[in-house]
Design a protein around this ligand. Structure first.
Ligand code: SAM
Length: 285
């Protein structure tokens, strides 16, 4: 759909450090809308000055978001387009905007994403950890007990785990990662797209040692990415159970690939091993 067709709420990603990461479409739309709803108008004011733009702004943050919905809906109804931005990266990703987008979408308003920087995607794209499946957890709970409980609940997950973290808590979080997840491989992306961008790779204890030796490594903004748990071993009982499940599925006419995928989902283990078993059962007739 073209940008010009109707009044819209544009959800515009802004840079996470390097201002060159703001694309031409985002820059054009920021200049064309009637108003920009910004997490912090002073912060966005600096970006607008850099772009040579002067556009009216409204603050939209967690304390006034609910109240802003009616106001912004009325402006859309009056034929004005709006841009939603946060301080950095993609709005709604650990940032305000969810309530506004949910409510306006429910009212049938046109909501248009204008993609760009997002710290978690930038971090994953360069970390060298598996990206075929990952779980983004935003910020972990601030208090130690809550944080460890959340990590314990995630300990068995086989996909890459991704967290946002601030410099105030990075050491405590690494200590809890060491306690709960042990020697797992961790990649810490720091200050992405900025002058001191760094990727640190190692166990949580090794990264804590690096910070001890060089306290600058604990400064700035972080995305922490943790390797998933090793695939669960299949015990004998689940193999027997799985075979019965595969026989039943194959008898129903379900394909080998799909049957393997169901068994892996229900009983754990790899799709590959269930595929081999399903194929063998099919070959046996
Ligand atoms: N909406 C943003 C996005 O799309 O990534 C995230 C906003 S959240 C309030 C801020 C957190 O994102 C920081 O505490 C940090 O964990 C992460 N972050 C943002 N910019 C970053 C950067 N340049 N390098 C590393 N992490 C960053």
């Amino acid at each position: 759909m073209s940008d010009a067709s109707s009044t819209s709420l544009y959800v515009v990603a802004t840079p996470i450090g390097n201002l060159e990461d703001l694309g031409p479409r985002a820059a054009r739309l920021l200049g064309e809308v009637a108003v920009i709803a910004a997490e912090d108008t002073r912060h966005t004011g600096r970006l607008l000055r850099h772009l040579g733009l002067s556009v009216p702004m409204l603050s939209l943050h967690e304390h006034n978001e609910a109240a802003r919905v009616e106001q912004l809906d009325a402006r859309l109804a009056a034929g004005e387009s709006i841009a939603l931005v946060s301080d950095a990266g993609t709005p709604l990703i650990s940032d305000p905007g969810f309530l506004l987008v949910r409510e306006l979408r429910a009212r049938g308003r046109r909501i248009v994403p204008v993609p760009g920087a997002c710290a978690l995607v930038a971090a994953l794209s360069a970390a060298g950890l598996p990206t075929d499946r990952f779980t983004f957890q935003g910020f972990l709970p601030a208090k130690g007990a809550g944080r460890r409980a959340r990590l314990e609940a995630l300990a068995g997950r086989e996909e890459t785990l991704v967290f946002y973290e601030s410099p105030h808590r990075i050491r405590d979080t690494l200590a809890d990662l060491a306690t709960v997840l042990g020697e797992r491989r961790l990649v810490l992306a720091r200050e992405l797209t900025k002058t001191f961008e760094t990727f640190l790779d190692g166990s949580a204890v090794e990264l804590l040692d690096r910070m001890e030796a060089d306290p600058d490594q604990a400064r700035g903004e972080f995305v922490a990415m943790v390797a998933g748990a090793p695939p669960r071993e299949e015990d004998e009982a689940s193999v027997v159970e799985g075979k019965a499940l595969l026989v039943a599925l194959l008898a129903e006419g379900v394909g080998v690939k799909q049957a393997a995928s169901v068994a892996a989902r229900v009983l754990g283990g790899t799709k590959k091993s269930w595929y081999a078993r399903a194929q063998a059962l099919k070959d046996q007739g």
